[in-house]
Design a protein around this ligand. Structure first.
Ligand code: IPE
Ligand code: IPE
Ligand code: MG
Length: 248
């Protein structure tokens, strides 16, 4: 990949109009980053939180509209209780320390996933952050927390089933819009670019519906080594692609 600077990527987003509006990242590789340094996994997660800070700042500076980060999956509860508690502790620390800064930067925070499955104090912190930054119009930073695409679709289907059972929706009225409007991503622009770090080439239950026509980019960088320059390089890679959406 090219060593494109953050400012030239800003041009890619702003002036040519071909840049992505919505970028999502599967932030993977914290554990391996720590292992390579003979450190405990939590040290990798801590470094990962720093990479989040840098990447969000860069995304806002580039004029990106939406950045969705996969922070905790609905399957990550399968990790050891110690690691789950470390991750929740870091999330708590991040929200307490960064929301003010995000707000000062004009960043709007929102979330996808079933946040009610998190500890109550985290739910409060997230909801406060969302409320506080609701009027901001620079980057929309979407945190995927306790998110799983299959869980999201199950919740949407249940909502549709209730509407049909109540006679508010006819089966023949169920279309793409009826489904999309019930997904957690309702109201966000279509996903343009989906990046996964750490060299793994799978989606791990992330934005399966939304990725229908997204460009996919798998990079070897471990998440703690990701930053604005790596994001700029990913956006440059996206800019060189031809999207077809089934047309020719
Ligand atoms: C990503 O890093 C962080 C989360 C999934 C929360 P990992 O913890 O999955 O790191 P690896 O994949 O073991 O290296
Ligand atoms: C995906 O990474 C989840 C997040 C980045 C939050 P995982 O490390 O949990 O995915 P798998 O287990 O390798 O598929
Ligand atoms: Mg992983």
């Amino acid at each position: 990949m090219t060593g494109l600077s953050a400012s030239s990527a800003a041009n890619a987003v702003d002036s040519t109009g071909v840049g992505p509006r919505h970028v999502a990242i599967i932030m993977d590789g914290n554990g391996r980053w720590a292992k390579r340094r003979f450190l405990p996994r939590v040290a990798g997660h801590r470094a990962g939180a720093e990479a989040v800070r840098k990447t969000v700042r860069a995304a806002a500076d580039m004029g990106l509209q939406v950045l969705t980060l996969y922070a905790f999956s609905s399957e990550n509860w399968r990790r050891t209780p110690g690691e789950v508690s470390d991750l929740m502790g870091l999330l708590r620390h991040y929200l307490r320390n960064e929301i003010e800064d995000l707000h000062r930067n004009g960043v709007r925070l929102t979330s996808i996933g079933d946040i009610n499955g998190l500890d109550q104090d985290l739910v409060v912190l997230i909801e406060e952050g969302i409320r506080k930054t609701a009027g901001n119009s620079r980057l929309n930073f979407v945190l995927a927390l306790n998110y799983g695409s299959q869980d999201e679709m199950v919740r949407a289907v249940r909502d549709i089933a209730r509407a049909v059972a109540d006679g508010r929706l006819a089966p023949d009225e169920i279309d793409v819009d009826a489904i999309e409007s019930r997904l957690d991503t309702n109201g966000l622009p279509p996903l343009d670019l989906l990046i996964r770090t750490s060299g793994e080439k799978r989606l791990s239950n992330f934005l399966l519906w939304q990725a229908a026509y997204a460009e996919l980019l798998f990079v070897d960088t471990l998440w703690p080594d990701f930053d604005g320059e790596k994001l700029a390089a990913a956006i440059a890679d996206f800019g060189a692609r031809e999207r077809r959406f089934g047309g020719r």
